[in-house]
Write a new protein. Sequence first.
Length: 750
Amino acid sequence: MKFTEGYWCIKKEITPLYAVEYADSRRNDNELIVYAPGKHIADRGDCLNLGMLTIRLTSPMEDVIRVSVRHFDGTVCRGPFARIYGTSPRTVVEETDEEIRYRSGRTTAVIDKRPNSWGIRFLDGDRELTSTGFRNMAHMTNRETGKCYMVEQLALDVDEYVYGLGERYTPFIKNGQSVEMWNEDGGTASEITYKNIPFYITNKGYGVLLENEGDAAYEIASEKVERIQFSVEGERLDYCVINGSTPKGTISKYTALTGRPALPPAWSFGLWLTTSFTTNYDESTTSGFIDGMADRDIPLHVFHFDCYWMEAYEWCNFTWDPKTFPDPEGMLRRYHDRGLKICVWINPYIGQKSPLFEEGMRLGYLMKKTNGDVWQTDMWQAGMGLVDFTNPGAVEWYQAKLKTLLDMGVDCFKTDFGERIPVKDIAYFDGSDPVKMHNYYTYLYNRAVFELLERERGTGEAVVFARSATVGGQQFPAHWGGDCSAAYSSMAETIRSGLSLACAGFGFWSHDISGFENTAPADIYKRWCQFGLLSSHSRLHGSSSYRVPWLFDEEACCVLRKFVKLKCALMPYLYLQAVKAHEEGIPMMRPMFVEFPGDRACETLDKQYMLGDSLLAAPVFKESGEVEYYLPEGTWVNLLTGKAVTGGRWHKETHDYFSLPLMVRPGSVIAVGANSEKPDYNYAEGAKFLLFLPEDGMEAASAVTDLSGKIVMTACARREGNRISLFVNGGNGNYTYEVLGKDLLSVVCG
């Protein structure tokens, strides 16, 4: 939202109240309260008939400074509020005649006390991160609408880039964009998105979280090109400056503040196959798919039933359509006997034809309007209502319906939707603000399902496939990128969105391989299979056509087989990265600038990524097989071809459907498993360690976990001249290996 016309002129309908200068301050335990009037105070008369902003500085966690800017303190500020996991660190306040310093850890907010010189500078040690100052912090009144807004504008440095703000399909670097924090079901080809996260990071290594679940608006180097502006309706604005010194450190600190991702079960990293959306299917059809994969030696691990496992018009009744699936318990048992896990589609809507609608209405568990009516719409399902997850009784009721499915043999749920949440004339059970609940609803929805799975299946066995999210949603993995199309351009916008979402600590992410809308040509299907199996989670899904590979061509079966087996073999490495995502908050799929913050060439890259610490993946986006990718400094080697490539520059290559740039980082030890058929097995048994130490004196270490995430084996390697030594601890004992004259080698342990 823009409030100015050019740099100097305020829009004619806007009355601003800017913080102009420091007037006074107070201290209250670890809180610093600062008062900033709307004009310079030259004498006592200037204090009359004048607005003032009250700024409260606190620190919920070391190296995190929260700034709360308020105009009228007496205005009720209703939730919901995203949960913050604070630690109440020690803070230090130092004051001189010209400034006040408020410090948490190595991060300091410096308030300028000089007359007519309002400003706060945020420092990492002596390094300035950002600042607010002249005509930045403000309260704005729109005289035509009567609405009021709180506004902040933080400085952007020369060559400073802004990333994140959730899942965004627009250009990866957000400079120059206007961004609205409003979850919507808009596909992947617009500025609308399913996962709006009011948190951004920059290449300077800090981030800013806006603590508001409402319709926040960002102007990123747009209204003022040297500033990032964010605004919210109301009389209060809260934001946290989060300083991890590097992008990776800041993402880790942000997830410590808002919640770390749970560790998904190892089986969920395998291949998921679905019925697709509007296709016709019954048990004979789904069994044909499963048999077809087995006949072609393509490992399959999860089978998903999409919407029409339930009867039309009755979504959701959580009951198998008896005309299509007369024996669901038997079918699920037969599929479990084949080693498959089962996922079913759900959403938080209850169609009027569903028997659960009358039950939910009678119990008061459906969302109501302010006049007491149940809110209903014909969009999606005829006469549908919406479960009110602010009502604890409604949560238990909804979970009980899902538990019946778990008892039947279902293993997990695709928690679709959660974005189409009404705001007009809505009365929540707990009195929440409907505008703020629009985005926050998805948190309550996914939490309800995830917590049921943890309770019934056990910690470490819960996983959902979620489309919508907000702050804290990363705690309930995994998420997928919404309705993409069967085109290379859509594949590119999909990867941009995943890398943007990763900036908010979403550790586990997927997408519809080959696109949801339309049917891809065989070329795109095969290239997307490569990308999909080099993502944390991998799912074949479509809208009106099936996604089994033999419907594209026989080569597609071979490509899919190769990359499914590759992923299964890489699971010791991948699951270690999953454990790191769970414990440290660093996503498995990472933007290049996060892993290489000192390399300026990495700051604009959005078609390649790091898959964990040691692997770089550059998907192919052209039918010709041509791909251009950048490697940071050092000698890298392609894991698939064994070719060594020099870094510090761009490379252009051509790859067939069985290869792509999958580059091993110099100084890596990568554990590879002995099983290429499934993702959940004993990773330590028969494990291989791939060592890549191209430089003399280089050292590297790795580890192998069990299926609970506990480390059971460690490996350390060192190169001295042409001799590479490997020391393995755990497994069947301690091992030391020396191999002469090789940079990339395999050593079998145990």
